[in-house]
Design a binder for this molecule. Structure first.
Ligand SMILES: Cc1cc2nc3c(=O)[nH]c(=O)nc-3n(C[C@H](O)[C@H](O)[C@H](O)COP(=O)(O)OP(=O)(O)OC[C@H]3O[C@@H](n4cnc5c(N)ncnc54)[C@H](O)[C@@H]3O)c2cc1C
Length: 492
């Protein structure tokens, strides 16, 4: 197996995961309960079979991680479990307190480096999926150190390129999350689904001059409360679950409160929790804040919502196969159907493991037409008249501001039209890409268009997708929006 990655192997979203990984492994839990919570979070759009696979195979995949040496935290010799929003029981495993992703990433990349069966090429940017007769035969990549173009031939290609958070001005995602895999797959003719469903995390640290930093959901799970700038707790106004309501509800509650108080932040208050528990349970958060002059055991933490996780992506079946023969998608770039309209916290690391393993099993079973059945009803991006678009300055900052302002936490038809028109105008301006920034920018424009157009088509509010002009869910929209290049049906 050959792995190519555009940075060093440990530049990825996985390394930044704090809260943990969900799995029903305790005596008071069961895959059925985990299934129920996941389906409830997904707001009517989860694929029940995919969720069944996720929740039933979870314990075995955790056992694999333990065998590989991931040092999960324990209490009295048992794996320690915490609770997060919308989980009905404590079921989140963590490692190194809030360093779960880092511990998993380091363990797995060390194992990959040590394996004779795996070769790793770092600083190679995948730029094109090579396809003939709707069948993959390789991938083109730019060697970022020499600037030369290389082609790698393969029978099966697994996209595992992560998320799209860098499309937004305020995000928890690292630099690599520019949606490359979704853009590459779309250009290849793969189906892209659920792009309107993007999760905003309610609580990222916002301090002047300090890089944005996630304050894990688990902090609220352990008893942290939200206060507005007047010091008032407010979440009960927006949900009976208070601070442990689903992420979209908490994020919108914070936005409403910021608007009402005229402030650019709210506060997360953990000062009532024992200091030694905070520093032991959240060592990374505690240390990061302290390094920037904020002692969370005595001071309120200023927070804002931030772009976080893409539920949508490359459509796959239960074996990670796409509609393009030989092309697989795994992890955040994929949309397996487990998240529906909203992801249950800590289900994404689990999805990577469960469906990643299935992909490997599938590819080892030979090469007999490994592909998913195409969707019967798909959209294609419509041509937009961009002649009266005035602001045509395309750069990453402008794109991130446009997505944040117009395709963000609260959307409207007018703002989405504006975003879609501007992105279409930018698409026409793109010069042929030559280096990492120009390839990434082109990918971000494509992915931004898919997000804006999908959000425009879905005239309702559901899960993480909230339209101020259609604030309610509609049964007519209990269906998915799938895009495919050169599809038969054009966007309305
Ligand atoms: C701050 C933060 C906290 C989180 N906390 C949690 C949590 O507690 N629990 C949970 O379940 N989930 C959490 N998530 C989400 C979860 O971490 C991600 O969904 C998951 O790690 C994605 O894994 P992945 O393998 O799909 O992608 P990644 O881990 O992001 O890996 C993608 C890799 O692809 C490479 N790549 C991208 N494009 C190209 C290209 N064109 N060519 C070559 N290589 C490329 C990247 O360099 C990177 O190495 C969190 C995310 C963030 C950002």
């Amino acid at each position: 197996m050959l792995i190519i990655t555009k940075g060093s192997i440990d530049e990825c979203n996985t390394k930044h995961a704090q809260g943990g990984i969900a799995a029903a492994i305790s005596s008071i839990d069961s895959p059925e309960l985990h299934f129920k919570d996941t389906i409830a979070a997904g707001a009517g759009l989860c694929d029940p079979e995919a969720v069944r696979i996720l929740t039933e195979e979870a314990a075995d995949r955790i056992a694999d991680l333990v065998k590989l040496g991931v040092p999960f935290d324990t209490v009295n010799g048992e794996i320690a479990l915490t609770k997060e929003a919308a989980h009905s029981v404590p079921r989140i495993l963590h490692a190194g307190g809030d360093a779960t992703g880092e511990r998993i990433e380091v363990t797995l990349s060390n194992a990959a480096r040590a394996s004779r069966a795996i070769t790793i090429f770092e600083y190679f940017l995948a730029t094109e999926i090579l396809v003939k007769n709707n069948k993959v035969y390789g991938v083109a990549a730019l060697d970022l150190r020499s600037g030369t173009r290389e082609e790698f031939n393969c029978r099966n290609l697994i996209l595992a390129t992560g998320g799209v958070g860098r499309l937004f001005k305020i995000t928890t995602n690292p630099d690599i999350a520019t949606g490359d895999g979704v853009a590459l797959a779309y250009r290849t003719g793969a189906e892209i689904i659920d792009m309107e469903f993007f999760q905003f995390h309610p609580t990222a640290l916002r301090m002047p001059g300090v890089p944005l930093f996630l304050i894990s959901e688990a902090v609220r799970g352990e008893g942290g409360v939200l206060r507005n700038v007047r010091g008032e707790r407010f979440m009960k106004k927006y949900s009976p679950q208070g601070e442990l309501a689903p992420r979209d509800v908490v994020a919108r509650g914070i936005v409403a409160e910021m608007k009402e108080t005229g402030a650019n932040r709210v506060f997360l208050d953990v000062t009532h929790l024992p200091a030694r528990i905070l520093s032991a349970r959240f060592p990374q958060i505690y240390r990061f804040c302290l390094d920037h002059g904020l002692d969370i055991t005595t001071s309120l933490i200023p927070v804002v919502p931030a772009a976080h996780y893409s539920m949508g992506g490359v459509k796959t079946n239960y074996w990670g196969e796409t509609n393009v023969e030989g092309l697989f998608a795994s992890g955040e770039v994929a949309s397996t159907g487990v998240h529906g309209a909203n992801r249950l916290a800590s289900n994404s690391l689990l999805e990577v493991l469960v469906f990643g393993k299935r992909i490997v099993e599938r590819t080892l079973r030979g090469n007999a037409h490994l592909k998913a059945t195409p969707s019967p009803d798909v959209y294609t991006l419509k041509k937009r008249d961009t002649s009266d678009i005035n602001d045509t300055t395309l750069n990453v900052t402008a794109l991130q501001s446009l997505l944040w302002d117009n395709v963000g936490i609260v959307r409207s038809g007018k703002e989405l039209e504006e975003a879609a028109d501007t992105l279409a105008a930018w698409e026409k301006q793109l010069e042929p890409a030559t280096d990492r920034p120009s390839y990434e920018l082109a990918n971000m424009v494509t992915v931004g268009r898919l997000m804006a157009e999908a959000a425009l088509i879905r005239e309702e509010s559901r899960g993480a997708h909230y339209r101020s002009d259609f604030p309610n869910a509609s049964n007519a929209w209990l269906k998915h929006i799938v895009f495919r290049k050169k599809a038969a049906k054009s966007q309305k």
